[in-house]
Design a protein around this ligand. Structure first.
Ligand code: PMT
Length: 403
């Protein structure tokens, strides 16, 4: 994900330095070129040799070291940086940068660079809440510098509260996101995900195998690309991605109403949910007993639920609607018919009988068919990657419409 990216990692003096060694290892695993600048205080916690070994690069510590090839170190580091990441970032270093002090290699490099600067602060709660630190942080934020949210927890000093450095995995994810193009910035994207459930009696309900993974991956990709995402989700065990507006629903009718609240003002509607087409005509107010049927057969009668996609497809104005088709046979034929009937811009058809495709898996196999009749086959891939392909197509249609 970070191939060809030069990351200058500033390491300042706090106990969280030990986590930064893991951070370097994770960035290198993503194929980033990592060059570490350590402040003098940082070298008291962990030796430069650790970072040199993890980054497989020389570690920079000295402002006035002898230069090689007449490279002025802070200038050459500043110029090659795609991102300057400071983790851990102490109140001291943040305060210096906010006030234009450039008295060591790291602060000088930041001052000399046009690259994006990202901080992962780490400090004691009182320091974090100190208005001087808050003012410095806000000043830098207003200048376009970015801060990764600190965690709340037990700190090295024994206090409990805000100020814990974000975990290395979170920092890497933040960095990766910074390189993702924000081509859906400001677009309103509504995504339906997961199954719906229909009650039979107070203790039983009907549902299907949808886990929500396809829809949640789409929501994450859309939010990372700058969209305002509303995720309308049936019951799942998944954690919604940060930054999405989550609307929880149970039944198909609830999903129908929720989509209705957002449809008029959205740019894109993606129908990856698997809503139940039928529900019991009546829901028994009490638990149905075995003997109620009088014999071994229990007769339940069902009635059609609204077809959410078809309904909003018929009301479509300028919205892009992406549908899905979960099929067990005649994939292309059925998908084509749904594409037309529900007025989709394109449909993502998955044969749910294929290993690795459809429900519950982290992967999918998809055939994408658009209104013009173009058919694309996408082999087994993770749902994250398929989400990227789907949103690339959405972006292309948005661009076409804007022309
Ligand atoms: O959630 P996962 O475990 O990750 O699984 C992913 C998935 C298999 C659920 C997903 O890839 C998928 O195929 N979703 C659509 C499932 C489905 O309901 O397919 P369908 O062929 O029955 O419906 C066609 C389209 O109409 C779908 O966009 C569906 O959301 C929509 N629909 C269906 C019924 C209904 N009453 N209202 C609808 O809007």
């Amino acid at each position: 994900m970070l191939k060809g990216k030069n990351i200058i990692l500033g390491v300042t003096g706090g106990i969280a330095v030990y986590k930064s060694a893991d951070l370097v290892s994770r960035l290198v695993k993503q194929h980033a070129n990592v060059e570490v600048i350590m402040t003098e205080a940082a070298t008291k916690f962990v030796t430069p040799l650790t970072f040199q070994t993890m980054s497989v690069n020389k570690v920079h510590t000295e402002m006035f070291g002898l230069v090689s090839d007449f490279d002025v170190e802070h200038v050459s580091l500043a110029q090659k940086a795609d991102i300057i990441l400071i983790a851990p970032a102490t109140a001291n270093t943040i305060g210096k940068i906010a006030n234009g002090i450039a008295d060591n290699l790291l602060t000088t490099t930041v001052m000399a660079s046009k690259a994006k600067v990202i901080y992962a602060p780490a400090m004691n709660t009182n320091m974090y809440n100190n208005p001087i630190f808050q003012e410095n942080m806000n000043k830098l934020k207003n200048l376009g510098h970015e801060f990764i949210k600190t965690g709340v927890g037990r700190l090295a000093c024994g206090d409990y509260g805000e100020g814990k450095m974000a975990e290395p995995s979170e920092i890497v994810e933040y960095v990766i996101n910074s390189f993702i193009r924000k081509d859906l910035l400001g677009k309103k994207v509504v995504i339906t995900a997961g199954p719906t459930i229909e009650p039979v009696d107070p203790v039983r309900y009907m549902t299907n195998h949808s886990s929500g993974k396809m829809g949640y991956n789409l929501a994450k990709e859309a939010v990372d690309r700058g969209a305002n995402v509303v995720l309308i989700s049936g019951p799942t065990t998944l954690t919604p991605p940060d930054g999405v507006e989550l609307v929880k629903v149970n039944t198909t009718e609830e999903m129908f109403n929720a989509v209705g609240q957002y449809f008029d003002n959205c740019d894109v509607l993606i129908k990856s949910a698997a809503p139940l087409d039928y529900k019991p005509i009546t829901v028994s107010p009490v638990k149905i007993k075995k003997s109620d049927g009088g014999n071994d057969i229990l007769d339940l009668k069902f009635i059609r639920n609204p077809d959410i996609a078809a309904h909003y497809g018929s009301l479509k104005k300028n919205q892009i609607i992406v549908g899905f088709a979960a099929e067990t046979n005649n994939l292309i034929e059925y998908a084509l018919s749904k594409l037309k009937k529900k007025n989709f811009d394109f449909i993502v058809a998955n044969d749910v009988t294929k290993p690795g495709a459809g429900f519950k898996n982290d992967t999918n196999i998809a055939t994408i068919i658009d209104k013009k009749g173009n058919i694309e086959e996408h082999p087994l891939m993770d749902k994250k990657h398929l989400s990227k392909i789907i949103l690339d197509k959405v972006y292309n249609i948005l661009e076409e419409k804007a022309r």
